[in-house]
Design a protein around this ligand. Sequence first.
Ligand SMILES: [Mg+2]
Length: 193
Amino acid sequence: MKFHAIIFDMDGTLTVPCLDFADIRTELGLVTEGDLVQQIAALSPEAQDRAWAIIERHEADAALNNQIQPGAREALQRFAARGIRLAILTRNSPQSIAAFMDRFQLPIEIAVGRDFEPLKPAPDPIWHILRQWQLEPTDCLMVGDYHHDLDAGHNAGTATCFFHNPGTTSFAHLADYTVASFTELEKLVFEVP
Ligand SMILES: [Mg+2]
């Protein structure tokens, strides 16, 4: 097996897509595409507080209502049973991560949220996780449904896997591998030499 660690994005990767970022942008009055966190940082302090309150409301709703991807639990259990270390790297809040971990009880050892800066796509959070396991980036696969996830993996020196949810924009051109289900991901992880 090539990979000794897998780092997963949370929303839309471990969970079925639920946070509607287009809706959130509309409510925030941010009409242009771009890095949401950077766009908010450019607002006045009062507008920043309002914006984060809106995001946290959407995240709290999602944390109560989201569903895990089909086959994800079984796949993660088989990865853990083979000694593969598992982590979450998300831009979501520590509260939403805690709610997710409580609800789904997955064999995830480390979860890093937006309280760890700089945020992905900076490589630092990935290096932070791998340092705790004394693993190298080349031991690791970063899996995510958005370009930030793949850019973070690329910047950190890991292999990257795009998780393609049906009907969503493809970022496959940014990734080493692409899968559309946890069944496909298992095949990849267990079969890549
Ligand atoms: Mg995502």
